[in-house]
Design a protein around this ligand. Structure first.
Ligand SMILES: Nc1nc2c(c(=O)[nH]1)N[C@H]1C(S)=C(S)[C@@H](COP(=O)(O)O)O[C@H]1N2
Ligand SMILES: [Mo]
Length: 235
């Protein structure tokens, strides 16, 4: 794939050219998006969610845009994308990008919380719920956990009940734009109510399992469950 065929790449390239032309200005703008907003933070602290919890988990501060947190990227191309839905299901699926689009995509607004202390409010995601994919594949009663499989062997484990929540999804658009490569293009998991490391980028598989399998960060000192409201940061 070259720059012309991939909108994400050409945006990155344009940004690079702009940066080369007027380095400090763009850096300052980008810095603004990732700078803590005291205003948004105190506003969110004053709000309560429908489930009664405070909108902002303890120890979190609000920034305006997802900060790219790295990881080993996968192939960002929609054309070669394949998603396996497998494990404890009656009919394992292997969906290409058109197959996802054919399954009535939905949009959800959610807040995300990174264990490093930043939160982003009201991200608008387009994709499919894990629940819809589980129903399509015929989830077995033996399933208890979901493993979100990303490129290069990255995995994250989530309890089944939490993974079937209405806002847990595979997403390919963020705020009405195709997901950027750095944020997991073409498709990532989004598990808003757990720390963001549970949201595998460059998603390749959703595996339902009967026994829990701690993933990449969970086997490197981070908490197995990762509830931001309980500050389940480290294991
Ligand atoms: N495949 C994959 N997914 C991943 C990661 C990774 O390294 N590889 N990092 C995780 C971590 S630690 C975080 S905080 C979020 C960051 O997502 P972002 O870069 O879009 O902000 O992605 C998560 N998903
Ligand atoms: Mo992270």
């Amino acid at each position: 794939m070259d720059d012309r065929s991939d909108p994400c790449r050409s945006i990155a390239r344009r940004e690079f050219l702009m940066r080369a032309a007027s380095g400090t200005v763009l850096t300052a703008l980008a810095g603004g998006l990732y700078a803590i907003s005291d205003h948004l933070t105190s506003e969110a602290k004053a709000q309560t969610r429908d489930d009664g919890r405070p909108r902002l988990p303890p120890g979190q501060r609000v920034i305006e845009q997802l900060k790219p947190m790295g990881g080993v990227p996968g192939d960002p191309s929609r054309a070669s994308f394949r998603l396996k839905v497998h494990g404890e299901v009656e009919s394992p699926l292997e969906l290409d990008f058109a197959g996802l689009l054919a399954m009535s995509p939905v949009t959800r607004r959610s807040d995300v919380h990174c264990v490093t202390g930043w939160s982003v409010l009201d991200a608008k995601w387009k994709g499919l719920t894990i629940k819809a994919l589980a129903e399509r594949a015929g989830l077995r009663p033996s399933a208890r956990h979901v493993i979100f499989e990303g490129a290069a062997g990255y995995t994250a484990n989530v309890r089944l009940r939490e993974a079937l929540a209405d806002d847990v999804m595979v997403a390919w658009e963020l705020d009405d734009h195709p997901l950027r490569r750095q944020h997991g293009a073409p498709v990532r998991a989004v598990v808003p109510d757990l720390y963001f490391w549970k949201s595998s980028k460059w998603l390749t598989g959703i595996r339902f399992v009967s026994r829990d399998q701690p993933g990449y960060w969970e086997t490197r000192g981070y908490h197995n469950h990762a509830d931001p409201w309980k500050e389940e940061r480290y294991g």
